[in-house]
Design a protein around this ligand. Structure first.
Ligand code: ADP
Ligand code: GLC
Length: 512
């Protein structure tokens, strides 16, 4: 192996193809493979959820570790699997280590069931984080090679970074390990009541406003922000936004203090899983040079969503139903949109009141609205392929992957100018279309009026077949792969390991 190759442990609470609730899984499933393709050694560590089909993924027991917890030691089984690169060097693969303790993870959901968080999420993810440290010790002692960098993601794994610099700080073998924390969504911080703090296993001296205390509660994400050597977020714009009160959710001060250690790197997508030319779940495949299959996908989608098969604009949503996504704006304008000759296909699950609102709108306009409440990966692909436009009016959006899938599938995104949406979609204007640059529609204010104006503009442009074709082609030709961003991560890892971290401005390492 190349002497400059990196050894990285990638820790995430979800990863495709094993377990997924949102974009974090896509990132954790794709970025490690892309790093492996670049010649680096990567371990991907996830919880072994009950929903993972261990036999299908070839998971086998590898070792056991004893994890100290506040209620005594617990033995965890480490199961091992492999993710293979579909391209790249012959030995290109990622070693997957799944931490198994069924009383915590052998459940139907990842974090919740029927919209209610598990009451022991703190114990579950403190245990998982602690097990990661024990796993690092084990690898140090027994494996031929072990990580030099720990890369954790979001609140569920933030305690790894705290444990590394506190409970495990004196372990000589772990002392040289560098760390990176990626924030995918500042809206989820892992906040728990102060009285639960002892469940972390940390001493009282760490429950202070400078460390894990946040307005008298425990905040795990804050721990990651404070203790990691370096921080990233998932787009350059979001890395600037989270330093403001509007997007910082109370942590803007902490983030600002560490801004010389913060970098925004936009996500890419797995262009093999998301490829309209080879996608096995589509009724017909297509490419930018022959879009005829996309029309077949559209009629297939209309049938699947029980909509009349008609040649009218088909708008789509695939989303977690949560306030972040701004779908209340869509619900607000749907009655007005229904006066136009168009259709809307919606796939989503989440907030029960959003689900109820879309259900009642669908019952009112069954000829124009197709609705599926639930999580359905295949349908998500068929919607990306069969729709003409994709709606993402997010109030905030750290990066967003769905608009990248839309670009790749020739479905024109209509997005709000925020976070990664602003970084990845080029706004329509007659001149931007003429220059072949425009890939979608962008509006500014998070109001129903602003969204409606943009949708009306998009429907108007849709009638101009050559302009519409230019939007589709520019989108499909955009490089949304991980290649560049994975290189940015590798460069950053190199810099962190080399200790040359100081002086980096937020957003300077970006794929753009
Ligand atoms: P977030 O991570 O905030 O949910 P992203 O746009 O980054 O937003 O990623 C969302 C991912 O989850 C995409 O892969 C999208 O296709 C998928 N997804 C969201 N809701 C559903 C659903 N109901 N069924 C299937 N896939 C979904
Ligand atoms: C989060 C964000 C989303 C981002 C994803 C992956 O869930 O909401 O914008 O794309 O993480 O980084």
């Amino acid at each position: 192996m190349d002497p400059h190759s990196l050894r990285v442990m990638f820790v995430s609470s979800e990863a495709t193809p094993f377990a997924k609730t949102g974009g974090l899984a896509d990132v954790a499933g794709a970025l490690p493979l892309e790093l492996a393709r670049l010649g680096h050694q990567v371990w991907l560590v996830i919880p072994r959820y009950g929903t993972i089909d261990g036999a299908a993924h070839g998971f086998k027991e590898w070792k056991r570790v004893t994890v100290p917890t506040s209620s005594g030691p617990i033995e965890a089984i480490i199961e091992q699997g492999v993710l293979f690169c579909s391209q790249g060097p012959p030995d290109c693969q990622v070693s997957v280590l799944a931490i198994r303790y069924d009383p915590y993870f052998g459940r139907r959901g990842l974090y919740q069931e029927s919209g209610v968080d598990y009451p022991d999420n703190l114990e579950r993810f403190a245990f998982f984080s602690h097990a990661v440290l024990e796993l690092l010790v084990l690898l140090e002692q027994t494996a031929a090679s072990s990580p030099t960098l720990l890369h954790a993601h979001d609140w569920q794994t933030a305690l790894c970074l705290v444990y590394l610099r506190t409970l495990y700080a004196r372990r000589p073998r772990l002392r040289g390990l560098r760390s990176l924390f990626t924030v995918h969504n500042l809206g989820y911080q892992g906040i728990f009541p102060a009285e639960d703090y002892p469940k972390t296993g940390l001493g009282p001296e760490l429950f202070t406003p400078a460390t894990l205390e946040f307005f008298t509660s425990l905040n795990l994400l804050k721990g990651g922000l404070v203790f990691a050597d370096f921080l990233t977020t998932v787009s350059p714009t979001y890395s600037r936004e989270i330093q403001t009160a509007e997007f910082g959710f109370g942590l803007e001060g902490v983030i600002k203090e560490r801004r010389d250690r913060l970098v925004g790197i936009a996500n890419g997508i797995d262009v093999e899983i998301w490829n309209p030319d080879t996608d096995p779940v589509l009724p017909s495949r297509y490419s930018v040079s022959d879009l005829s299959g996309k029309r077949v996908c559209k009629t297939g989608l209309q049938r699947e969503m029980k909509l009349p098969v008609r040649d009218v604009p088909l708008l789509a949503i695939v989303s977690r139903l949560t306030a972040q996504k701004g779908l209340d704006l869509v619900a607000d304008i749907l009655p007005e949109l229904m006066e136009l000759d168009l259709q809307v296909a919606i796939l989503g699950t989440g907030d029960p009141s959003d689900e109820a609102r879309f259900r009642s709108l669908q019952a009112r306009y069954p000829e124009k609205i197709g609705l599926r409440i639930g999580f359905d990966e295949g349908l998500a692909h068929r919607i990306e392929a069969g729709a003409d436009m994709f709606l993402m009016p997010s109030r905030y959006e750290p990066c967003g992957l769905s608009q990248l899938y839309s670009l790749r599938y020739g479905t024109v995104p209509i997005v709000r100018r925020t976070g990664g949406l602003a970084d990845t979609v080029v706004a329509y204007s007659p001149s931007a279309v003429r220059e072949g640059r425009a890939t979608g529609f962008i509006f500014g204010e998070a109001t129903p009026e602003a969204l409606l104006t943009e949708v009306l503009l998009a429907c108007h442009v849709y009638e101009n077949r050559s302009e519409w074709r230019s939007l589709i082609e520019a989108g499909m030709r955009t490089d949304v792969s991980w290649a560049r961003s994975a290189q940015s991560y590798a460069d950053l890892y190199q810099r962190i390991i080399g200790g040359r971290g100081v002086g980096v401005e937020a957003g300077t390492v970006s794929p753009k």
